[in-house]
Design a protein around this ligand. Structure first.
Ligand code: CTP
Length: 414
């Protein structure tokens, strides 16, 4: 009974995800072509519009009549029939996705080499939509070096390959090369259109940039932070599905902020208040800002005049945002800090991890070339509170953001 409900639920879910999608189904010559009949039926049931293109040799395995009846569209096979010409360019533009299932060894080789000797290949070569293929062949063919090379080649062209299954093959042997089951192929398509993002439904707070601590109406104390690392982290979290609140200090250059909810702040005090206000509803907090450690005890209301040969000002410590969030966090919240160090880097980073009760600390060593403020690259080592350590090579700040966010996902959300 329960199984039936799960199955009905799955079908309803697929129906929503593929509804009104235009799918071009290419069928090449393989015994697995009979599964293309089931794929057609499932796609139609899911509300998709399906046009089928079949290679001449696939007709030996499955009849156009069956496919045209199920797809409710004429099955296409020839570039020319009589004095009519099939517009392969428009077919590729019509589709939201082209699925070639089964993909025979022969059609794979043609795809890898751009051979255009039938309608399916003409449509493939002119298609502007994403292409997904489901290979089907005997085990020895599947493991042949030329097949492996061809698969790599078509992936390098941007095609998506549905992995083959292990099972009983047309030869009677048992092994790799069986085409995926129709239900799994539909799942792949549904996930393709609506990827399940690991941080979907999660909320993340990120701080970035410097803070400015005013000395008088025209001067302030600040640092060289560009904000690039924190903003790259905010975008990466968003890309992985999280809803992101970015608390951004006064950065010097404009950044793309699409999809981010941004609060602009100037001082450490303002950054602290903005973070405390948001933190309770957050799942993840990454403190990437270079917050001023000290702020003037008093800010002069008029410009400080150049009278004395030297002046002394009194500074007080700012509130440590990361430390406060570390104290406030519940067991489901993940708090991540940075440690920018010039010496005894690992020891200082680990001390900060403990002192601020963070779950993770990301060490930037100023000794490392390509790391730190301003530049487009960074080199980080990640430490977590359970003794884990991950070292990454110098990479662009976008790639470092991916490494950091993937580490968080692997540890807390996988
Ligand atoms: N941080 C913070 N609030 C502050 C100061 C720092 O949230 N008032 C955060 C930073 O965003 C960073 C981490 O604390 O994630 C460590 O910052 P860092 O400047 O390396 O260390 P400090 O704690 O300021 O200590 P020190 O300057 O002595 O190294």
């Amino acid at each position: 009974m329960q199984v039936a409900f799960v199955f009905i639920g799955l079908i309803l879910f697929l129906m929503l995800m593929l509804k009104d999608k235009k799918i071009l189904l290419g069928i090449s010559g393989s015994i697995a072509a009979y599964k293309a009949v089931i794929i057609t039926r499932l796609l139609i049931k899911a509300g998709a519009e399906v046009k089928v293109i079949i290679t001449p040799s696939a007709k030996d395995f499955v009849t156009p009549l069956t496919l045209s009846t199920l797809s409710k569209n004429k099955v296409l096979s020839e570039i020319f029939s009589g004095d009519e010409w099939e517009n392969h360019v428009m077919l590729g533009r019509w589709a939201d996705l082209m699925l070639i299932a089964p993909l025979s060894c022969n059609t794979l080789a043609k795809m890898a080499n751009g051979i255009c000797d039938n309608l399916l290949m003409a449509v493939y070569l002119s298609a502007t939509c994403p292409i997904v293929v489901a290979p089907a062949m005997d085990e020895d063919m599947w493991h042949h070096p030329s097949t492996k090379r061809n698969i790599h080649t078509i992936i390098s062209y941007g095609n998506h390959v549905i992995p083959v299954d292990k099972g009983e093959l047309a030869s009677g042997l048992f092994g790799d090369g069986r085409m995926g089951e129709p239900e799994n192929i539909l799942h792949f398509l549904e996930n393709f259109f609506n990827p399940v993002l690991p941080l979907k439904g999660k909320k993340a707070l990120v701080t970035a940039g410097p803070t400015n601590e005013p000395l008088d109406p025209v001067r302030f104390l600040s640092n060289h932070s560009s904000g690039k690392m924190g903003i790259a982290l905010a975008h990466e979290l968003r890309g992985q599905g999280a809803e992101v609140k970015l608390v951004l200090g006064p950065v010097q250059q404009p950044f793309k902020m699409d999809g981010l909810n941004v609060s602009h702040v100037k001082t450490a005090e303002e950054m602290y208040d903005a973070c405390i206000l948001e933190f309770n509803q957050m799942d993840i907090a990454i403190m990437a800002a270079a917050v001023a450690d000290y702020t003037p005890v008093t800010t002069e209301s008029s410009k400080i005049k150049k009278k004395e040969d030297s002046i002394t000002m009194e500074f007080k410590k700012t509130k440590d945002i990361l430390k406060r969030l570390g104290e406030m966090k519940n067991k489901n919240q993940v708090v991540v800090g940075f440690a920018l160090e010039t010496d005894n880097e690992i020891q200082h980073a680990k001390e900060k991890l403990m002192a601020k009760k963070a779950d993770m600390i990301i060490l930037n060593s100023m000794k490392d070339e390509g790391a730190g403020f301003g530049g487009d690259t960074n080199k980080v080592t990640v430490f977590d509170k359970n003794g884990g350590e991950w070292r990454f090579e110098t990479r662009s700040k976008q790639d470092v953001a991916k490494d950091i966010v993937n580490t968080i996902i692997d540890l807390y959300y996988a």
